[in-house]
Every structure is written in structure tokens, then in C-alpha cells.
Design a binder for this molecule. Sequence first.
Ligand SMILES: Nc1ncnc2c1ncn2[C@@H]1O[C@H](COP(=O)(O)OP(=O)(O)OP(=O)(O)O)[C@@H](O)[C@H]1O
Ligand SMILES: [Mg+2]
Length: 467
Amino acid sequence: MLTLLFGTAVAINMIRSFTHPMNELLNATRMIASGNLGYTISLNDKTEFGELADNFNTMSVSLKEGYTKLQEETNERKKMEQELIKSQKLESLGVLAGGIAHDFNNLLTAILGNIDIALNDLPAESEIFDYLKSAETASVRARDLTRQLLTFSRGGAPIKKTVIITDTIKSSASFALSGSNITCEFIISDLLWPVEADDGQISQVVHNLVLNAREAMPAGGVIKVRAENVTSAQMADLPFAQDRYIRVTVEDMGTGIAEQNLPMIFDPYFTTKKIGTQKGMGLGLAICYSIIRNHNGFITANSAVGEGTSFHVFLPASDKESPVEKETDEECPAEVEGRVLFMDDEEIVRNTAQGILKRLGYEVELAKDGAGAVEKYRAAQGSSRPFDVVIMDLTVPGNMGGREAIGKLREVDPGVKAILSSGYSNDPIMTNFREHGFCEMVVKPYKISELGKTLRKVITGQSCKTS
Ligand SMILES: Nc1ncnc2c1ncn2[C@@H]1O[C@H](COP(=O)(O)OP(=O)(O)OP(=O)(O)O)[C@@H](O)[C@H]1O
Ligand SMILES: [Mg+2]
């Protein structure tokens, strides 16, 4: 009897030692099937079931790790796809902008140039003076708009200098708020690090951000514009590629951005502003994004609906300590005389330039293309009145442009003083003009004062380091 009882107890124990782990295993597979990845069995014995449970646990944990990794990779890929779509949109806009830029800039050169000439000839008290001033303001806006669009094209490569951007921030923010009921508070570090930047493009970024802030605050209020130095150690979660950055923040108390819109605000053409009431093309932030990316920086935004929005622009600080002195925009009468050879394929541009240069007191000869310019330069070189300076358009469709002509001119005269002119910096040559043998470059359309200043610098030898 005792033996029978003992035998039964052993049998029950044996059965339990099978069924308990089996139940555990079954439960674990159910948990995993219902999505509880990484579920493990707690079983501490050294039997075959124990080993089975150990192996099962290892598989379950690696299944979870694998799944998490896959999820991360999928999210990363989605993000990359979205970035790619954004880049493609920017690129197609660039092609469009690049296509119209050449012609549009030539037309604007003529419009702005002729208005400038007329303004110079009129007494300031004339009634026509005011009309012309308005036309000039509108043309300058048209020029700025073209430049905005051009930042998308390959021609949007920034022309960088070492600058401290304090004044740029202040003036472009104030300009964007002129005539509004908004006050701007500037909190800008006195020791702001210099950056390698295209002043004009950075001014565009600040202008676009402040304009958006203004549009988000129709009832008025305060916009805070900050600029400060930051280091990667302070901002561990940001994609810093170097240690030192400057951060420009534009903070408003406006409507805020709905959470679902936040991922789209930098997309070209994304706008919540209806055309007509509050004009919106959805390009302002896409332009900022493109510019900042071309400066190796990045831009972020955070917003709370009904409370306001902050945009942060990060720009890599420059190692160069002494920034190039900012050029002033003062009127620059010609105090030097000289003979200028001007080359452009567009008649309307040539005639305008001739008008401007004559008013600046220069003697002018015109050429339609590079070959013509080289021929005239060579002929004058042998005479008693050689040219003091040559201004050449970068590209001449179908004929020799400035890029090729400069080489030939340098064969004729290794000391030639040449200025490169272009509607847009569509070529690295515009950024590296000195390496190509030019002393300076001017971007069309130019105002009399701008052209005059550049010419004076070149003729007096202030800016020419060609060898
Ligand atoms: N400071 C802000 N406050 C609230 N919403 C903003 C702010 N800045 C941008 N947005 C939102 O992001 C969208 C895109 O801005 P973006 O500047 O690119 O285009 P836009 O202002 O609509 O048009 P455009 O700048 O071409 O005139 C805006 O339509 C708006 O919905
Ligand atoms: Mg905008």
C-alpha cells in the first residue's frame, strides 16, 4: 500500500514536472503572439525543459531587439524619404527659378538702372521724383524676390564672408516689422562669434522668420529676437557637426502651429494662408531651410497653439577671429576717372550700363561677347588709351562668356583688372572669382552706387590681388 502511494506521488510529480513547464511555454508563446515581445519564462531548473526555457527566452529577447531595430530603421527610412521628397521639390523649384532668372535679371537691370539714372538727374523736390522712388522700391522688391527664388537653384550657392551677423539680424527684423503694431526686443550677445555666411541670405532668413511671426500676431505684441553662442556640449541632442555654433531665435506670441502641421512647415508650397487675404506661397520657410542647409547649419521649430512659436537657427561658428569689415551702403560718387570696357550679350543691359557708367564719369566702350571684348582690349592695349577696367557677363549663350574671355585677356595683359557680372551666382566661379582672375564681382541688377563703389575699388587697386 505504502509502495502504491509512493509510486502515485512520484508519478504525479513527474507529470507536474512536464505540465508546469509546458504551461509556462504555452503561456509565453501566447504572450508573444499577442504582441508582448521579449516575454520570458521564469524557470530555474537544469532539466531539458529548463534548457528549452533558456533557449526560448534568448529567442524571445532577440526577437524583441530585432523588432525594435527594424522599427527604428523603418522610421529612419521614412524620414529619409521625406527629406528626399523635400529636396526634389526644392530642386524642381530651382530649375524653374534658374530658367527665368537670367532673363528676369537682365530686365530688372535695365529697369532699376534707368530709374536710377533718372533719379540722379532730377531735383529731389520734383513730383516725378516720388513716382520714380516708388518704382525703384518696387523694382528692388522684385530683385529681392528673384534672389529669394534663386536660393533654390544651383545658383543659390551662398557667397560667404566672415561676418558677425548682429547688424544683419537687427536691420532685417526691423525692416520686416516696419509699419506694424509689433515691437521687437533684441537680446543679442555682445560677444557673438563670427560665422562664414552670405550676409544677404542670412538677412533673408531673419526677414522671413520675423514676417511669419508678424503674420501670426495680427493683433500686435512683442517678438523676441535672440542671438547667442552655443556649444555642442550644451545641446547634446542636436546634430552638431562641430563644437561651436551661434543660435538665432525668433520667438512670437502668435497663433502657434497645429501639431499635425509642424512636420510640413518647411516643405515648399506648404501654407495655411489663403491666397488673397494673407498672401502665402508657402515658400518663406522652405527658403530659410535651403539657405541654412547651404550654410551647413540647421533650423528647428517648436510651437504651442494659442501661445506662440519659436524658430531656432543654428550656424557653425567661424574659427577666423577678425571679421571682414561690413561694407557701408553709402552713395559713392566717382572720384576716379577711367576707361571701362563693358561686355554683355543683352542690348538693353549694355545701354543701361553705358548710361550708368557715363554718369559716374567713366568713358565707356561696349562689347557683345567675350571675343569682341578681347579684340577691343587688345586693340586699345597697343594704343595710347588702354582700358582701366573690364566688366564681363559670366555667360553668353552660344558665344564666348566672361569665364573663357578672362583667360584670353590675361594672355594679352597679365595685369588686367576685370569685374565679373552675373544675374545669379549659378557657378562656383561667382564665389571663387579671384581664383579665376577677376578682381571683383557684381550681381545684376546693380544700382549706380553699387557699381560705382566696386569700380572705384578695382581701379584704385584696393581689391585686385591677381598675379
Ligand atoms: N511664426 C509662425 N506662427 C504660426 N504659424 C507659422 C509661423 N511660421 C510659419 N507658420 C506656418 O507655416 C506655414 C509655412 O510658412 P512659410 O513662411 O513657409 O509660408 P507662408 O508664410 O504661408 O507663405 P510665404 O512665406 O511664401 O508668404 C505658414 O503658412 C503657417 O501655417
Ligand atoms: Mg512666410
